[in-house]
Design a binder for this molecule. Structure first.
Ligand code: CU
Ligand code: ZN
Length: 152
């Protein structure tokens, strides 16, 4: 059983991604913070103004270096799922638990031993318009990329 030391949450995060919406979803904003914890990371995501017509949103760390793209996919340069150990979806390094939205607001925390905060520095966190099915290759059929932030 993993227990969180409450003092951990009072420390500055090791890494933080400031999340912004795509041009189609400019109102989305928030943070995803990564704290070093027990051979892995404790992550805390707080996202505001998700589209209110949907309630579950896939979230991944991708392997690109920029939250940029083109008119078809404003975050095309975010690349595909971060995969440091040559695994299949949903066992990629960057496969994260979904965001569950409460009228547009989502807060979630999770522990993962797939990476340390230092290993994901510089990569983008992507939020998708649809839930991840945790099955379809290579990216869980998660739909449009609606928000992005680089882990700094
Ligand atoms: Cu993704
Ligand atoms: Zn994946």
């Amino acid at each position: 059983m993993f227990t969180v030391n409450p003092k951990l949450l009072l420390q500055r995060p090791c890494r933080i991604a400031v999340i912004s919406g795509s041009p189609k979803y400019p109102e989305i904003h928030g943070t995803v913070s990564f704290f070093k914890a027990c051979n892995g990371s404790l992550a805390v995501a707080e996202i505001f103004n998700l589209p209110s017509d949907k309630r579950v949103f896939a979230m991944h760390i991708h392997n690109g270096t920029e939250c940029s793209g083109n008119t078809d996919d404003p975050f095309a340069n975010a690349g595909s799922h971060l995969n440091l150990f040559n695994e299949e979806h949903p066992f990629h390094t960057g496969d994260l638990p979904a965001l569950f939205s409460n009228n547009g607001y989502a807060w979630t925390a999770f522990y993962t031993n797939r990476f340390q905060p230092t290993q994901v520095k510089g990569y983008p966190v992507i939020i998708h318009a649809a839930p991840d099915d945790y099955h379809t290759q290579p990216s869980g059929n998660s739909g449009e990329k609606i928000a992005c932030g680089i882990i700094k």
